[in-house]
Write a protein that binds this ligand. Structure first.
Ligand SMILES: [Zn+2]
Length: 416
């Protein structure tokens, strides 16, 4: 029997997307913005209407619930994040649907200069006949990751109304602050208490992400010698000059985000603040392999050492912070979650596409903390900007994949 979920998915996505739940990088509280509770509270209410068990919002702002099942075995989990990206306006999102898309350029009611064209985005050209959802031109859409939420909610609705608990236990989790890298609180793995999980936070149909970057951050502090500029001769050491020396000695032509792709890593100066007496430069370091990441740390250290040696009166210090690690290291050791996902796709006649993500997901930290969590497609495209769009048919395929994963896992558990 073939179900068609696309109208429910479109309705859910458009309703969720119109709620502003942007996260805030500058904030020190958890969750970073109060408005994320508008989504959490709404979803909590909807999960109660589905009669799920153990529904709670943790003090760190993750909504967790359980779909009870008659088949024994440890639960598996499905996750999506409620926040939208801070990089673009997310206030007053007006989602709209282009029904039965005809393959032409899509225009935007609130921005005459904006055009979403299949000539530029060939994936859109493949979606003729689909219902396409976009924002109105002034904001992002927020399909990242409200498409993931709509997919999970629609699948849960189907499961509770059709499967009569003939499946193993399912956990649902909606996190906050994924977009600012704070989606996985240290207590989340134990609070989920599952054998493995999936995030619905990926792009094109077929995508299963089993690799993310390994990531560290670095902070370089340069203390100069501050003297009144009128009496500075042979005395002043200007920290801003040394900061620019450090930047200029880095491999800018081969190892920055703007010149790298595919499996290449980078050193990215994200922020430089200060004055002539003291400067701070912030970096993020990324590579798919630990050795590559260590190598980038050494490069940064060597450059700092070189500039320090050239100007011994300055004081240059560097510190590193661990962020997350490539999930592949753990997914190679526990192949079950990926195998089930691939089989689910194949059973739905979708060709699995495995590609490394040049970033991290909530799954990166979950995976290294004991919950293997690959990422699955939703259909979302051009995320974090005004050209964001999604096809409700693509979302429908993701919903079918989620239900298929539940069935495959339940069969495995029943055989035990
Ligand atoms: Zn996302």
């Amino acid at each position: 029997m073939l179900f068609n979920f696309k109208d429910e998915l479109a309705e859910r996505l458009m309703r969720y997307a119109s709620i502003d739940s942007q996260s805030d990088e500058e904030s020190f509280i958890t969750p970073s913005s109060e408005i994320q509770y508008d989504m959490l509270n709404l979803l909590e209410k909807e999960l109660k209407e589905f009669n799920l068990a153990n529904i709670k919002i943790t003090e760190y702002g993750t909504l967790i619930a359980t779909v009870p099942g008659k088949i024994k075995g440890k639960a598996i989990c499905f996750l999506a994040h409620v926040d939208t990206a801070p990089q673009f306006n997310a206030t007053n999102v007006k989602p709209r649907m282009i029904k039965n898309y005809d393959g032409s350029d899509i225009k935007f009611p609130d921005n005459d200069n904006l055009i979403l064209s299949p000539n530029e985005f060939s994936y859109l050209g493949e979606k003729i006949g689909h219902d396409i959802i976009t924002a109105s031109g002034k904001t992002l859409l927020g399909a990242d990751d409200k498409a993931g939420i709509a997919i999970i909610m629609t699948a849960v609705n189907f499961i509770v109304s059709n499967l009569d608990q003939n499946h193993s236990e399912i956990r649902i989790a909606f996190t906050t602050d994924e977009e600012i890298g704070r989606g996985v609180h240290k207590d989340l793995p134990k609070d989920l208490d599952v054998k493995f999980a999936y995030t619905f936070d990926g792009g094109k149909v077929g995508e299963i992400d089993n690799e993310t970057f390994s990531a560290d951050s670095a902070e370089v502090i340069i203390k100069g010698v501050s003297i009144h500029p009128g009496e500075a001769k042979n005395e002043m050491v200007n920290a801003t000059h040394l900061a620019s020396e450090i930047i200029n000695n880095l491999p800018l032509k081969t190892m920055t985000p703007e010149v790298t792709e595919k499996r290449e890593g980078f050193i990215h100066a994200t922020e430089m603040i200060g004055n002539s007496s003291e400067m701070k430069i912030k970096f993020i370091l990324r590579d798919f392999e630990i050795e590559g990441l260590d190598n980038k740390k050494e490069i940064l250290k060597d450059v700092c050492k070189k500039i320090q040696n050239l100007e011994p009166r300055a004081k240059i210090s560097i510190s590193f912070k661990r962020q997350y690690r490539n999930m592949r290291y753990w997914l190679d050791e526990n192949k079950t979650p990926l195998e089930i996902a691939e089989k689910a796709l194949t059973n739905k006649n979708i060709k699995p596409i495995k590609k490394p993500i040049r970033g991290g997901t909530d799954g990166s930290l979950l995976t290294e903390n004991g919950v293997p969590t690959p990422n699955i497609f939703t259909g979302m495209q051009n995320v974090h900007g005004p050209l964001e769009w999604i096809s409700s048919t693509d979302m429908s395929l993701a919903t079918e994949v989620m239900i298929e994963i539940i069935k495959l896992n339940s069969n495995l558990e029943a055989e035990k």
